[in-house]
Structure formats: C-alpha cells, structure tokens
Design a protein around this ligand. Sequence first.
Ligand SMILES: Cc1cc2nc3c(=O)[nH]c(=O)nc-3n(C[C@H](O)[C@H](O)[C@H](O)COP(=O)(O)O)c2cc1C
Length: 208
Amino acid sequence: MEFYEAVNSRRTVREFQDEPISTEVLERIVSSAFKAPTNDHMRDWHYVIIRDKKTAAKLLDIIPKGISDEDMDRLIRDWDLSDSLQQECYRSAVPKQYRMLFEASAVIIPLLKQKTDVLHPENISHLNGFASIWCSIENLFLAAAAEGYACNLRVPLGNEAEYAKEVIGAPEDHLMPCFIGIGRPKKDLVPVKQKPISLKERIHWEKF
Ligand SMILES: Cc1cc2nc3c(=O)[nH]c(=O)nc-3n(C[C@H](O)[C@H](O)[C@H](O)COP(=O)(O)O)c2cc1C
C-alpha cells in the first residue's frame, strides 16, 4: 500500500473479524515501531505481543466490561464533551474498551524505560521518552493499516498498567503507555466519522 493511502485509511477499529494474525506479519508491523524518532537515540522500547486468549483474559480482566447508560451520560457531562461527533465517538468507544482488546487477534503492550517522573516533569524535555514511544506507536498503527489490519488503543486508568505489567512480567522501571488491540476490521464496519478539519484554518504559512 502506498504511504499516503495507509495514512488516510488508518482508523481506530474496535470490532474485529475472528481471524488469527501470523507471527511474520506481527513482526513486520511491530518492527516498524522501532524506526520512529527517539529522544535519546536509544530506542529503549519493548513490545510484548499476546495472542494466547487465556493470557489476554487475565491481562484485560481489570478493564471495565461495559458502562451503564447513566454512567455514560455522567461521563459526557463530567468530561465536558460538547461536540456531537465527539460524543458519538465516546458513546461508541467506551462500552467497547474490554471487547476491542479481548476480541482483537493480538494485544500489544508497548513499554519504555522511563527515567523521569512523567507525572511530575520539571520541564517539557522530561516528557521526551514518553513522546518518543507515541511516535513509535503511530508507526505501528500505520504499518498495520498498510498490511490491511487496524488497531485500537486504551490508555490505562487507575492501576490497570501496574496490574497488566505484573501479568506480562514487565520490569518495574518500565512505563506502559497503553494497551493496543490489532486485528482485521470487521466486515462492513462503519467507524465513527472523523472530526472534519479545515486544513486552510490549521496550516499556517510564515505566521499564525
Ligand atoms: C493519546 C490517545 C489516547 C487514546 N485513548 C483511547 C482510549 O483510552 N480508548 C479508546 O477506545 N480510544 C482511545 N484513543 C483513540 C481515539 O479515540 C481515536 O484516535 C480518535 O477518536 C480518532 O479516531 P481515529 O483514530 O479513527 O481517527 C486514544 C488516542 C490517542 C492518540
């Protein structure tokens, strides 16, 4: 697939076909993550790939399996989600947080060796390691799109990351930015519409 085609076709997918994904394809996709720019030249990242359903069930057990209508309404209010497309996205995504990972062909856990406290950075460069792994994650997403697969991600809430790290045996000094689900998108899936952007308003030439 041509590069811009992959960029334009990448979407977050939360419903997958029940289909295995080969080691070869996964290796190709995840290896692209290691081509991303890195703050300290070290590419100090690890990716743990989980295909075994028993391990996935244990790993994901901490994630809420759904949400009541009342809690969903409260979330929309509390998070001040006023845009209708944004609301639609949350109403579609939040109930699927467990399913989108458990029903994926594989769950992928990125890990980075974090030397500074990302929750209390002294300056913006203390977030460089964290920023770098997100560049790496985007490479993975684009590679998945180029291969005809799609990904979703969940940023861990509460103690989800600590729990997940223990299940997969990740070193304590490694930070887990998200859970990733990867698989072949369900047939005839209609993803939530992306928020339209006017490039004319967002791309500035010479000055804002
Ligand atoms: C930093 C970040 C955090 C996100 N957290 C979540 C999440 O916790 N759960 C989820 O389902 N999607 C999450 N997403 C995916 C977004 O919902 C999705 O990218 C957005 O709605 C745009 O849709 P698209 O990826 O299809 O263009 C996250 C994306 C980013 C970049």
